[in-house]
Structures are given as structure tokens and as C-alpha cells.
Design a protein around this ligand. Sequence first.
Ligand code: NAI
Length: 377
Amino acid sequence: MKVNYIKGDGIGPEIWEATRPALDEALRLENGAPIEWTELLAGEKAREETGEPLPEETMNALKGARFAIKGPLGTPVGSGIRSLNVALRQGLDLYACVRPVQYIEGLSTPVKHPEKIDMVIFRENTEDVYAGIEFAALTPEAKKLAEFLRDSLGVKNLSGDAAIGVKPMTERGSKRLIRKALQYALDNGRKSATLVHKGNIMKFTEGAFRQWGYEVAREEFGARTRLENEDGEGKLIIKDRIADAMFQEALLRPEEYDVIATPNLNGDYLSDALAAQTGGLGLAPGVNMSDSLAFFEATHGTAPNLAGKDAANPGSLMLSGAMLLEAMGEKKAAGRIRKALRKAIGQKRVPADLAGQMEGSSVVGCREFGEIVGENL
Ligand code: NAI
């Protein structure tokens, strides 16, 4: 099968060079069909070769693709694009950001029982306060909007010198994310799906998210789901938690949570917090999905302080690659990557970011760590 890849900026090319051979080898060992890799240009490399950080050719290829994988992309200076990642998400309608969080043995973490954490977060990726509708304080736009809210809509407690951001959340946008999360939970035999929202305060946005979530569960998955207080052996439990309480739950009772569906901002915070709880901020995989494309990515940034030094950890991209193999139906090859990475970590010759959290370990470079994973396949 054909898979598009973008190496990315900063440490992107290095972690890609360490990851790709491992994916190919895992497939070969499991007699899987080899991947036909096709490079697409984006970021600094694209700007140097085509003058554009996100060429139309790249977008067109991605629009017609089922699978793609990318390294991190930097924010291009002076290109008029706010963020390449946001441009990709919006241009390709990648509405679901999916981040599995699971502990890898051997890593030291800030919590006592990281092994109790096994969650998959579905974060809405296109709406909410990240929609980019924001006006700086004291600009004519902010003043005009404040005036309109005050004079036409009767808003009383809004100061004329406020910076203003808008939080759009639609029924369609929320429901399609929640639908994907519930489908995933059912397909993978998960016990529960939790709607995480701040609906007690933001009633018409986050409160509506909660309500739409229960509607999707009842109307589209009614026969296979139940509420917390209902009986029904084997059915997927649908529950909801207020976002701040969820952070507490994730620390105190993580084993009671499984699949999470949540709006953009909550999901952003929660996925990093949970990744840190499992010790794996540098090992957190992820995928951004539309209805047609699954775009896997290393969830960290370009790490400019490490770029070109052979010092980065390729683990996040490798685990994202394992998710890609799984999505392609190559479950055994995916399992091999995960197991080899766990073994490599167990051997305690790891990149600097992991060595810092592991007693008795020694530091190896990005390339060498890729080779160690390869040997463990
Ligand atoms: P960052 O994730 O690049 O770096 C934060 C810290 O984590 C740094 O100390 C870095 O050295 C370390 N780190 C990150 N990845 C690592 C790895 N694989 N191995 C070892 N250490 C690692 O975040 P930062 O500095 O905020 O962003 C740098 C650039 O990356 C910005 O231009 C930003 O826009 C972009 N970015 C891109 C993302 C993407 O493409 N998905 C996500 C986040 C940021």
C-alpha cells in the first residue's frame, strides 16, 4: 500500500530516518505487504525547494490519501501562515485528534501506579477557542465586537478594552467526534466512554457537547451502550465528567477511565497531562483523522535545541508508525514495534530525554536507538 510521509522540520528528518527502517522490518518479519513510501514536501524543506511551506501538490496528495505520517513542523516565519499544523488540520478537515496513553514499563513517572493508566483520548480538533477567531485588546475589531455585544445583545459585564476570543462549537462538529470515539470504544472492546466537558459553566457550548454526546450514544449506539446507573452486562458505559474533576480522577482513579471524548482545549491539556503521568511525553503517539484520511504524527514539536545533534528520541514517531500499521490491518507488525520499543527501553540504552527518567541507564543517539529497536524486532 502507498503511504505518504512528511519528514518535518528540526529533529523531524532524524526521527524519520530512525523510524522508517523499523516499520519496514516489522512488516517484513510478519510477511506483511511492503509499504510504498511517497515523500510529500512541507515545512522548511518545501519552502527551500518550492518557495511555499505547504505546496498545493502536498495538499492535493493528502486529500486523496487514506494514510499519511509526519514528523513535527515548525511555524514558518513570515509566510502568512499562522501554523502549518493548523493549516493541515483545517485544510484536510482532520477533526479528531486521537492520542492513546499507556505506560511503558521501566520509565519512572511522577505517579505511583502509572500502569493503571490505559486511555485513548479523542479530542475535537477544529472548533472551540482554537478556531482562531480572536481580536487583540483595544483594536477597532475588538472594540466593535464589544460594542455589538453590549448594545445589541445586552451583555453587561464586558469591558470595552477587553481582548476577545470566540468559542464556536457545533452539533455536527461535536457529534462526529463523539461518534468516532464511541465507534472506536465498541470496536476495541473498551469498557467505558467518558464525555469530558466544562458544561457547568459554559452551558451552551460545553454543556451542549455533553448533551449531544448522550444523544449520539442513545440514538446511534443505543443497543450497545448504557448509562452508569443502568444495568447491561457487556454494554459500553457512557458517562460524563466535568473537566477539572477529570484531572483529579486521572490522578486518583485512572483505571475507571477508558475512552475519552472532549472538546479541543480540554483535550489539549488532558492529553499532555496524561502523557506526563505515564512518563512518556517524548513517547506519546497520535493521529489526526478526517472521515477519509488518518494522518499519524509525532505529537511533540521540532525540538530546535536538539536538531542536527542526533540526540532526539524517535519513540513517539515509532509508536505513531505502529498505530499506522495497525490501521492498515497489520496488527502483528504493529505489536512487534511496540514490543521492540519496550524491550529497547528495558535494556536501558536510551535517548537523553528517557535516560533522565531512568536510573542506571546510558545515553545513546537517535540513530543508535533506532538500531537498538530494530535489533529487538
Ligand atoms: P517541542 O516539543 O519541540 O520541545 C519541547 C521540549 O521537548 C524541548 O526541550 C525539546 O528538546 C523536547 N523534545 C521534543 N521532542 C523530543 C524528542 N523527540 N526527543 C527528545 N526531546 C524532545 O516544543 P516547542 O519548543 O514548544 O516547539 C518547537 C516548534 O515545534 C515550534 O515551531 C512549534 O510550533 C512546533 N510544534 C510542532 C508540532 C507538530 O508538528 N505537531 C507540535 C508542537 C510544536
